[in-house]
Design a protein around this ligand. Sequence first.
Ligand SMILES: NC(=O)c1ccc[n+]([C@@H]2O[C@H](COP(=O)([O-])OP(=O)(O)OC[C@H]3O[C@@H](n4cnc5c(N)ncnc54)[C@H](OP(=O)(O)O)[C@@H]3O)[C@@H](O)[C@H]2O)c1
Length: 282
Amino acid sequence: MLRAVAWVQRGLFHPCAGLSAALKSSSGIDQKGILANRVAMVTGSTSGIGFAIAWRLAQDGAHMVVSSWKPQNVDRAVAALQGEGLSVTGTVCHVGKAEDWEWLVATALEHCGGVDFLVCNAGVNPLVGSTLGTSKQVWDKILNVNVKAPALLLSQLLPHMEKRGRGAVILVSSISAYIPHVELGAYNISKTALLGLMRTLAMELAPKPILMNCLVPGIIKTDFSKILHQNEAFWNLSKESQKVQRIGQPEDCAGLVSFLCSPDASYITGESIVVAGFSLRL
Ligand SMILES: NC(=O)c1ccc[n+]([C@@H]2O[C@H](COP(=O)([O-])OP(=O)(O)OC[C@H]3O[C@@H](n4cnc5c(N)ncnc54)[C@H](OP(=O)(O)O)[C@@H]3O)[C@@H](O)[C@H]2O)c1
């Protein structure tokens, strides 16, 4: 409770605008959007792929719940979305902390009335090095944030999503789930585990109906991937297998997520969709 008060006092809490508010599309035509009157939560949505997804879902009419572990970044993301007249609630959530999931879910329920779409985007990779040299502490961190947190956050949110009818969950995996990056062993493994989590939950949740799918980005230009895209040798090698001759941008991932949340995707579950400008995976 102390935390709630501090948050509001700091002026960092931003409630959703009225749920019936019409939004303006990027084409400038007034419309409600394909996701109008729906609420979407994206973890790690203050920068990179998560922010691009939040922006796109909001443009398509959804009321956004944005979050990350750093208050000042939440504040900045909320201001950017609000500055474009989009509907957004912002709060802090470190996805590795159980008390933060509770806070995030409670905030969304109280201020947005529920959640229809969950995008589990926050991910970490604290290590570049050998897989078998990875310490228990690093394994725990990577698996907690990248794999366990999406499952545990969803378990808290699920009863509330079910009440609202059809829901969609998108887990953000990585092309490294299929084609491992050298020296990112534990991270690669965590992203492969996410594909398994998604497939298992797709089967379990299909009757509800909650749709589960994975976004599988290739190399996308963000701070997170600097270590790859700023490495000339790695990039030259990647270009050989990549057929679209440019690096991916966060926005390249966002339209797919909007589609997976839309009614047009209501018969799509259990799929992993690669956004990589071509990949060698069959
Ligand atoms: N970029 C790529 O090439 C690429 C490729 C494949 C998959 N991915 C996956 O895409 C996802 C997003 O990556 P990105 O490239 O967009 O990274 P990014 O630009 O660094 O953004 C990461 C976001 O996650 C937040 N975050 C980090 N740790 C968090 C935690 N413990 N709890 C809550 N929020 C946290 C960050 O918050 P702050 O800004 O407040 O720090 C930021 O909003 C990750 O799951 C990554 O594995 C990325």
